[in-house]
Design a binder for this molecule. Structure first.
Ligand SMILES: C[S@@+](CC[C@H](N)C(=O)[O-])C[C@H]1O[C@@H](n2cnc3c(N)ncnc32)[C@H](O)[C@@H]1O
Length: 235
């Protein structure tokens, strides 16, 4: 199955630069690599913790066997703001298919937002009733109350295969309100034609970025014209 290509090696974080060094005041200082490794360790211990000194959401560590590549904070914030803009005024329900970072940022920005996370990784059961187990191989094996219940649906499929996108598209159609729903798909640019064919989606100028650098070019596809937002629709 065609997967996502990883450029960087996480083991870099524990390279020669990881040893503590000493500054002028003899206070121990961690190198940036050691700090990154420490943050990752702390995130695993306490998945909901905020990174000290900033407002980044810290998720559980990526499991590459599940094709997990989390968004850069700026990407997650941009997507969350877009989704909140779309749902404003309608008190709309939002579905996040296989994009737990977006779910976490939405909840961080607006704890009252109505958003459901559909995810294969059961570590996200920590989100209680906001979490639904989802396996794209069984695209409609979902609770009936989720059917056509969402005004905004966002999906980030785990694989770049045609088969995976076809099945995720089936789930998107299952979840979305039949009329006037807003669909956002994050995937490789290689899926452009298939995304248009299956769901009538067009690519935006915005380029999603991931914490682990990927070899594939990623794009955001939408079924609505974002105007000036998200870099607009590409011609
Ligand atoms: C490319 S990642 C997208 C994550 C997104 N970039 C984020 O930061 O939230 C793909 C997601 O698909 C999930 N996944 C893996 N296997 C799956 C399966 N069989 N069915 C549904 N989702 C799956 C992974 O756990 C992961 O969250």
């Amino acid at each position: 199955m065609k997967g996502l290509e990883l450029n960087s090696d996480k083991s870099d974080k524990l390279d020669d630069n990881s040893s503590p060094c000493v500054d002028d005041d003899d206070a121990p200082v961690l190198s940036s690599h050691a700090l990154a490794a420490l943050k990752e360790f702390l995130a695993e211990q306490n998945p909901d913790a905020e990174t000290e000194g900033d407002s980044e959401v810290v998720l559980v560590s990526e499991d590459w066997r599940l094709s997990q590549f989390w968004y850069e904070p700026e990407t997650a914030k941009t997507l969350a703001e877009e989704v909140l803009t779309l749902s404003e005024g309608f008190n709309s329900r939002i579905a996040c298919i296989a994009c737990p970072t977006l779910f976490a940022y939405l909840k961080r920005i607006n704890p009252n937002v109505s958003v459901q996370l559909l995810e294969y990784d059961k570590r996200f059961e920590q989100y209680g009733s906001d979490y639904t187990f989802y396996d794209y191989n069984h695209p409609e094996d979902l609770p009936s109350e989720l059917k056509h219940a969402y005004k905004v649906v966002v999906a980030d499929p785990p694989y770049l295969s045609k088969e995976c996108l076809e099945k995720v598209a089936q789930t998107i159609s299952f979840l979305a309100q039949p009329r006037d729903s807003r669909l956002l798909l994050l995937t490789g640019e290689v899926q452009k034609d298939k995304a248009a064919e299956l769901l009538g989606l067009h690519p935006c100028g915005f380029r999603p970025q991931h914490s682990s650098k990927l070899g594939n070019v990623f794009q955001l596809f939408t079924n609505y014209d974002p105007g000036m937002r998200l870099g607009g629709w590409e011609n």
